[in-house]
Design a protein around this ligand. Structure first.
Ligand SMILES: [Zn+2]
Ligand SMILES: [Zn+2]
Length: 194
């Protein structure tokens, strides 16, 4: 790659904000270093073979999460089972500590759990509200969850279905093959785990 091409890619990735002038000066070196740090490469500021390969990869597939160059989260779920989930997003399962104790996903929501949620949504044809999905240990303690709670492993959720009683929801949930355990929390809310 020419220096200009490297500058273009760095600019595209949000690492470089100066002129694309084809001169490998201090600004370009700093941008390369920043990119290397974000990509977990040796941060030597030199755009060698490995760095150029990583640049092409980053442009094609996006930067790793910590880079912060891709603020848009729309594509986050692409290429996973989430593609087949019509009514839930990963965000709905985020730990309720609101970032106080964890980054929101100390565990990933289990595929079987999300698929069960979608079955509930499809069966009742009504919106499902998730009040608790994944939990970090400290949040789990704060909400008085048992230490062995499946919420800790992304395998449990508490939810309600608009217009349905918890008894009606529970009765249906218990027919789902993938569900391990479910109980009524009262007031329209149901816990289920896989
Ligand atoms: Zn948390
Ligand atoms: Zn629960």
């Amino acid at each position: 790659m020419t220096v200009k091409q490297i500058q273009h890619l760095l600019a595209y990735l949000g690492c470089y904000t100066m002129a694309v002038d084809g001169i490998f000066g201090p600004g370009t070196r700093a941008a390369v270093t920043k990119f290397q740090e974000n990509f977990g490469l040796d941060a030597d500021g030199a755009a060698g073979e490995a760095t150029q390969k990583a640049l092409r990869h980053a442009v094609a597939y996006g930067m790793p999460e910590k880079a912060g160059a891709n603020d848009g989260q729309e594509d986050q779920n692409t290429g996973t089972f989430w593609d087949e989930i019509g009514n839930f997003s990963r965000e709905e399962f985020r730990c309720g500590c609101k970032g106080v104790y964890c980054n929101g996903f100390p565990a990933e929501p289990a595929e079987a759990l999300v698929r069960a949620a979608q079955q509930v949504r499809d069966h009742f044809g009504a919106p499902v509200t998730v009040s608790s999905g994944v939990r970090c240990p400290r949040h789990n303690t704060a909400v008085k969850g048992v230490p062995t709670s499946r919420h800790l492993r992304g395998r449990a959720m508490d939810f309600s279905v608009r217009g349905q009683s918890d008894a009606a929801v529970l009765a249906y949930v218990k027919t789902l093959a993938g569900v391990n355990y479910a109980y009524s929390m009262g007031g329209g809310w149901v816990h289920m785990d896989v």
